[in-house]
Design a protein. Structure first.
Length: 261
C-alpha cells in the first residue's frame, strides 16, 4: 500500500522555517548505574590480603587479576561455563606459580580463598551516604558488574546493599560485559529509560567511564587511588562518592523522578 504525505500549507512552511531551534538543555536523570568491586566494596584490599595469606607472598595480585580478566572474558564469550570458571581460574593461577595440584587441592584452595574474602569485605566510608542520597532523590539504581553473579549478590546482601538496588546486571548472565554498549543499553532498556537519562559510575576508566560515555550514558570515573591518567572529553572524574550528588545536579536538568519502590 502506498501512502501519500500531505503538502504543508504556505503558512505552515513559513512557520517551520522561521522557528529557531530551542536552546539545548540537559536531560533528566532517572537511573544511576554503579560498579560493585572497588567502587562500593574495597575488593582489591580484601582480595590481595586473602591471596597473600594463601600463598605466603604479596606480589602476585596483578597476575591474579590478569588471569581473572581472561577467564571472565571466556565466560562472556561462551567459551567457558560460569560454573567452571572459579576452579579453572585458580588452577591456571597455581600453575603459573609452578604448583600442579589435583582437583581436590584446587577445590580446597578456592574454598579457603572465598572464606577469607567473606571475612574481609568492607564498604568504603562514602558508600552508604551516597546511596541514601540517591534513594531519597528517587533515582533508580542498578548494580552493573563483570564479576560472577551469585558471588556479587551475596556480597550486596551480606553488606546491606541489596535493599538499595532496583536491578543487578551480571555480565556472565547477560552474555556481554562492560565496556560493550550492549551491556549498558540492556540495563537502560530493563529500567525503562534512555541512555541519555542514565549515568554509570565505576573505578575503571576504560571499562566503566569511557564504556558508559560511548554507550550514550554519563560516564563517571571514580578514581579512588588518585591514578594519574588523561581523562577524555565527556568523562567526569571524582575521587569519592561524596562528590557524586553535586556532579549529578550540575550535569542533569533534574535528578530523580517519582518511581514505585
Amino acid at each position: 500500500m502506498d501512502f501519500a504525505f500531505a503538502t504543508p500549507t504556505a503558512s505552515q512552511a513559513t512557520a517551520e522555517r522561521a522557528a529557531p531551534p530551542g536552546p539545548w538543555s540537559p536531560p533528566a536523570l532517572r537511573l544511576v548505574c554503579l560498579d560493585i568491586d572497588d567502587t562500593l566494596i574495597d575488593f582489591t584490599s580484601a582480595g590481595s590480603r586473602a591471596l597473600a595469606e594463601l600463598i605466603g607472598r604479596a606480589d602476585m595480585w596483578s597476575l591474579w587479576e590478569r588471569i581473572t580478566d581472561e577467564h571472565v572474558a571466556k565466560v562472556v564469550a561462551g567459551d567457558l561455563a560460569y560454573a567452571d570458571m572459579h576452579l579453572t581460574r585458580s588452577r591456571c593461577f597455581l600453575a603459573e606459580l609452578g604448583a600442579e595440584m589435583d582437583t581436590g587441592d584446587v577445590v580446597g584452595f578456592e574454598a579457603r580463598r572465598r572464606e577469607l574474602l567473606r571475612r574481609s569485605w568492607r564498604l568504603f566510608d562514602d558508600v552508604l551516604p551516597c546511596l541514601d542520597w540517591l534513594n531519597a532523590a528517587g533515582v533508580q539504581l542498578a548494580a552493573v558488574t563483570n564479576a560472577s553473579g551469585g558471588h556479587q549478590r551475596a556480597k550486596l546482601a551480606d553488606l546491606g546493599l541489596a535493599r538499595f538496588f532496583d536491578h543487578v546486571a551480571i555480565a556472565g548472565e547477560m552474555g556481554t560485559a562492560k565496556p560493550d554498549p550492549v551491556m549498558f543499553h540492556t540495563v537502560c532498556l530493563t529500567m525503562g529509560c534512555d541512555p541519555s537519562e542514565a549515568a554509570h559510575v565505576g573505578d575503571k576508566l576504560d571499562t566503566d567511564a569511557i564504556g558508559a560515555r560511548d554507550a550514550g550514558l554519563g560516564g563517571v570515573w571514580l578514581n579512588r587511588r588518585a591514578v594519574t591518567e588523561d581523562v577524555p572529553t565527556g568523562v567526569h572524574e571524582i575521587d569519592s562518592l561524596a562528590e557524586l550528588p553535586e556532579l549529578l545536579i550540575c550535569e542533569f536538568a533534574s535528578v530523580g523522578v517519582p518511581i514505585q519502590r
